[in-house]
Structure formats: C-alpha cells, structure tokens
Write a protein of this length. Structure first.
Length: 523
C-alpha cells in the first residue's frame, strides 16, 4: 500500500480548472486525422500511416457513385465554435493540458496515423504530419486498398512529444517496413491505452478503418470493461474483433451502412463510431435500440467534429446520419475548462470554503455543468462574476439525483450529500461499477471509513447526512475521482484525514493537490 497523504489545507482563492478531458480526447483525435489526411492528399505518408482521401484510394469518385459530403466539398471546411481553419495541415490545440489519459490518446494517434504532436509552451500543442524520407512504403487507405507512397521531401526537424512528455527520436529512426500483405509487423501494431476508457473505445473503430490488424492493451481494470457493443458492431460489419489474454485485436474496415446499438450503454461507443464512419465510402446510420443516455457527451463529439469540418446529424428517431467520404480539416481549437473537476471546488464552496473557479464556459455543452443547478437545489448559492464561478455555503438539503446523464458528478455529489439534512438518493449510476474502480462500492466503503452513513443500492447510493464526519484513513483504490471525493469530504471532518492512493489524480488532474491545498492569495 502506498504512503498515505494527510490533508492539512483546504482550497481557497482562485483555481484555474484543467481543460475538459472529454473535449481534449476528441480534439486530439480530430487534429491527428486532419494531419493524416492532409499528408495523404499530398501523396506522402509516414510508415504505417493511414492514407485518407475524400475521393477514394485511387483518386476517383467514391465507390457507389455520388458526390462527397458538403463538409468534404467546402473549401477549408465548415468550422463552428469560433474556431478557424488553418491554411496548412497543422492543427493547433490550445489549453490542452497534460494528464495521463490525454498522453495515452496522443501516443495512440501518433502511432496509428504517423503524425506527431509538438508542444508550443505549457498548454498548446501542434499536430503535424510526418512524411517519410524513403520511398516505396506500403500504406493502407481507410477502405483497405494498398497505396504506394511517393518519395517525400526532407522532413524539417521536429521534437515529437512522447507518451510521458519526453522528446522521442526523429520519426525516421523508428520506422518499420510493412510486410507484403500491407500488414504491420506484430511488434509495431500495439496501441497502449494506459487506463483511459475513452482512448480505447474511441480508437477501436478508428484503427479498424485502416484495414490493418491492430492490438490494444491497457492497465488497471481497463481491459475488463465490457466491449460487447463493438463485438456486435464488428460482427454486423464482417470485421474482426477478438478479445483474449488481456488484449483486443481488431481488423476492418467497417463499411458504410446501418449499425444498431444500445443507447443506454457508455456513450464512448457512439463517439467512436461517429469519429470513424465519416471515413467510410458511403453514408452510414447509427440506429439506437434503446433511449440515449449521456447525450451531452455525444453532443460534445458533434461540436468538436464540426470544428474540424465534419458533419453528422441526429435524425428524428434518435439515431444519427453520418455522410461518408468526409475530410477532417486543420483547426485552431481552444479546450474549455472541465466542469466535472469544477464540481469538487464548487462543492468545497458549498461547504464554506472561499474558493472560486476560473476557465469555465458559462454556456458550456458539458453535461457536468448541471452541477450548478444541483447545488442550487441543495441550498447553495451558485453564481458567476467577472468570469469566476463560486458556490456560497447554505444549509444543505438532501436531494434525489438521477445520474444517468452525469455519471462523473457522482463522486463529488456523494461526498457533499454526507453533510445534507435528510437522506439523499443517487440513482441511474450502475455504469460506475465498471470504471477505474467499482465507484459505488468504493464511495460507500471509503466514505464510511470517515464516518459517513452511506450504503449502496443496485444502481446508486443512499446517504443520510450529518453535520460532520469523524475523519480517519481511507483508500482511493487507485481511482482519481475517489481520491478527489475523499478530499472534498475531509473539509467537514472533525479529525484528520489521510488518503492512500492519492497519486491516482495524475490520471486526469495532475495539479489537483496543488490546487486543493493552495492558500488564499491576497492582492
């Protein structure tokens, strides 16, 4: 067991929230695809890089006739969200931040697409295409057709950012020749997703679109998470999906068509398909067989896609229409602050701490921005002045909280409900049993260690509030959000609180403890 951290200070002053992890994952992938497509249109590609083209692998019209989608036809792409197209293939991602999850997504994108991410300062990253120095490299289009890359001009010196933030050797130093069948060597087809569920589920269909075999691995509980949705989708497509020995192997491509999947499972599956199917040669439909949950996460996907020139439309039956043969376009994209992380600090404010949150978008489409309404309903006063969000303490009342659309808010809200008058009920949270930990079991067991009156239900928690908890030692069980929830509960503990596994916050918010224990700054 790791050494325990004893919490000695609590948040005060202004905290600048980290960028939204949900938006960051999506922006990194879209920027990588824009760079990969740009190099493909130029006739060059890095070893193993996918060559995407809105006009097909041989430069002709897409198979099946028809024309490219409006997004593919529009010069420079159709951009929204106030982001602007760039004249070259390099996208700029601002306020991207740096966490283990985002590093995993960047590393997978670099390996899959032969692009590189170069840091320009602390929080700005540029996605660049990388062109090979040698000719005769076989690459595979999104539709599985082998294409011969031309000799590329000399590549300018770049400093690609590795998965741990260090600078890697130049791309040409780690190139490998594809074999005669267009397949990558076994040692070079492994994508390590660390503990990031978004990385794994977003890249599974994207990797399949290359037509090559790719393997996925991860750490912690990641490879135990259910993937039946993709197993069924790949079966519908006649593609390969194998899961064994702690790895997943996929090989496609996924053809254009109609795909059926449940709407009440993780929205990560839907996002993965929304990102991948615009690369297919024809239009596709996603048909939901049950009502959509976590719809806000899907809306974020559509927003980021629009920023990079893509279109997908929700139809009247609740499914999605995705035009095929689209092109990703470079963009200058700024990631807004993360409302799910803000919830821990707004919760601290509701417990009396003088803390304000900066970097949040007032009109955000993040579903976790609902924390404002929930805290208000519980009795806190929440407002924004001068771009700073604060929650002011009030007498907190118990609440019934449906977590189907806001699963990431359950940890901070569970901690807060420990101090609300009456019994609170959190429901619709069964999916939390399949995260980095069984979050429902972890919240119940570890908050009880601090003196909370809390019990599990089948799909949530029942919490009877009290004025204070006694404190003690609790375990974050390797889960970043459990560590943060325990820190929030410590504010109202009469005795000291020590947390083991406190380092787990590096997964999503490396600076959490610096921000949580910062002292108020006076002008």
């Amino acid at each position: 067991m790791s050494e325990a951290k004893t919490i000695t200070r609590f948040p005060a002053g202004v905290v600048r929230l980290p960028p939204s992890k949900s938006l960051s994952h999506r922006a990194v992938i879209c920027a990588a695809l824009a760079a990969a497509q740009a190099s493909g249109r130029a006739g060059h590609a890095a070893p193993g890089q996918v060559l995407f083209s809105a006009r097909g692998a041989q430069g002709g019209a897409p198979h099946g006739g028809g024309t490219a989608s409006p997004a593919a036809q529009a010069p420079g792409g159709a951009f929204g969200l106030g982001n602007t197209p760039l004249p070259a293939q390099h996208s700029v991602l601002r306020n991207l931040g740096d966490s283990q999850d985002i590093r995993a997504t960047m590393a997978c994108a670099e390996k899959l697409y032969g692009i590189t991410f170069a840091r320009q300062g602390d929080d700005t990253v540029e996605a660049r295409c990388v062109r090979p120095r040698e000719h005769g490299i076989t690459i595979v289009s999104a539709f599985g057709a082998p294409v011969e890359a031309q000799r590329a001009p000399p590549q300018e010196n770049t400093a690609p950012l590795g998965p741990a933030g260090e600078h890697n050797p130049p791309p040409q130093a780690r190139q490998t020749q594809d074999n005669a069948k267009g397949e990558r060597p076994a040692a070079d087809n492994l994508l390590d997703c660390a503990e990031s569920g978004s990385t794994l589920r977003f890249f599974i269909p994207l990797a399949a679109m290359t037509g090559q075999p790719w393997r996925f691995c991860g750490r912690g509980r990641l490879m135990q998470r259910p993937q039946e949705v993709y197993r069924d989708i790949f079966a519908q497509a006649g593609a390969i999906f194998e899961q064994q020995h702690g790895e997943i192997t996929v090989q496609g491509p996924l053809p254009a068509g109609s795909y059926r999947l449940q709407g009440d499972v993780s929205s990560q599956f839907l996002t993965g398909l929304l990102l991948a199917l615009p690369l297919a040669r024809g239009d596709s439909r996603l048909v939901l067989t049950s009502p959509l949950e976590s719809a806000a996460y899907v809306d974020l996907t559509l927003d980021v896609m629009r920023a990079f020139g893509l279109s997908a439309v929700r139809n009247g039956t609740g499914g999605y229409h995705i035009p095929g043969s689209q092109s990703f376009h470079a963009a200058d994209y700024t990631v807004e602050g993360d409302w799910s992380q803000a919830a821990f600090f707004l919760g601290a404010g509701a417990l009396g701490r003088p803390v304000a949150c900066a970097g949040l978008a007032e009109n955000s489409r993040q579903g976790d921005a609902a924390v404002r309404d929930i805290l208000s309903r519980m009795g806190a006063r929440v407002g924004c002045e001068g771009g700073l969000w604060r929650a002011h303490a009030g007498r907190l009342a118990a609440a019934d909280i449906d977590a189907r659309e806001i699963p990431d808010l359950v940890p901070p809200l569970a901690a807060l409900c420990c101090f609300a008058d009456g019994e609170s009920h959190i429901t619709g949270a069964a999916r939390l049993r399949l995260k980095e930990s069984d979050r429902l079991a972890a919240l119940a067991s570890q908050l009880r260690r601090l003196g909370a009156n809390i019990r599990e239900t089948d799909d949530g928690l029942a919490i009877r509030g009290q004025k204070n908890l006694r404190g003690g030692t609790a375990d974050a069980v390797g889960d970043h959000r459990i560590a943060m929830a325990l820190a929030l509960a410590a504010i109202r503990c009469s005795g000291p609180v020590s947390i083991t596994g406190w380092q787990s916050v590096k997964k999503s918010y490396p600076a959490f403890w610096l921000d949580f224990e910062q002292e108020e700054q006076h002008e």
